[in-house]
Unconditional design. Structure first.
Length: 251
């Protein structure tokens, strides 16, 4: 054996060289060994990753758990039928709301009107800041059936109380005149005005402007001639001063 090994090392030509097939069969197989090394390395890396995840801080673990919970939260929710009403029911509800609002608005309007009615005057002096120049009674040999209230030209003249206009326009001795019938049956008369703002049949309230003071007809200067006919147009012509005073108006 020693001689054979020496012969092989010395390159003795009597010893045949191994064939290529023999070298291939007996040589190392590097491919399978390399694949095995890669698989083993991957397993080790996986184990290391699991170990690192286990060693991660509690906060990161909590965030991951919350994300997983959110991702799967809807999986077990029971699907309920959608609640609904019919179109007819919805329209009926809309009608109810509209009616309620209209009723509330009407009540508010009625309350506002009642407040306005309670606050407004029920009787007024026919001319503001006027100067009393002539009273009811005998004057210059005749009887003066009203009172005269002097003021600058075109000063507003007001309805003394609520009423309906009976006449408005030209009148003998007055130039222009307005006659207003009141609820108690009395008629007030306004004469000598410069212009008239109302017409027969018109409803006027106490304090509403009906004309502008003037100097028309048998007049000695700008003034309002004011009369009260008790009980109607052909009723007794009474003193306007106590009539106004009975309604809280001072001349």
């Amino acid at each position: 054996m020693a001689g054979r090994r020496r012969a092989q090392r010395s390159g003795d030509p009597r010893v045949p060289a191994p064939s290529r097939a023999q070298r291939s069969a007996s040589g190392p197989r590097r491919g399978p060994l390399l694949l095995t090394a890669l698989v083993v390395g991957g397993l080790v890396a996986g184990v290391t990753g699991v170990s690192n995840a286990a060693d991660a801080p509690t906060g990161q673990t909590s965030v991951l758990a919350a994300q997983m919970e959110l991702a799967t939260a809807g999986d077990d929710v029971e699907m309920l039928p959608m609640a609904s009403i019919t179109v007819a029911e919805a329209e009926a509800r809309l009608a109810e709301v509209a009616a309620s609002r209209a009723e509330r608005a009407a009540a508010e309007a009625a309350a506002a009107e009642a407040a306005r009615e309670a606050a407004r005057p029920k009787a007024v002096l026919p001319v503001d800041s006027a100067r009393f120049t002539s009273g009811y009674g005998g004057r210059w040999g005749t009887f003066h059936y009203g009172i005269d209230l002097a003021a600058p030209m075109r000063t507003p003249e007001y309805a003394a109380m609520d009423g309906v206009v009976l006449r408005a326009g030209s009148a003998s001795g007055f130039g222009l005149a307005v006659y207003v019938l009141h609820e108690n049956g009395d008629v007030t008369v306004y004469g000598h005005m410069d212009s008239i703002f109302v017409e027969p049949g018109q409803y006027v309230e106490a304090g509403e402007t009906i004309a502008l003071l003037g100097n028309r007809g048998q007049s000695t200067g700008p003034h309002l001639h004011f009369e009260v006919h008790q009980g109607g147009m052909n009723g007794k012509r009474i003193d306007p001063v106590p009539w106004l005073a009975a309604r809280g108006v001072e001349v």
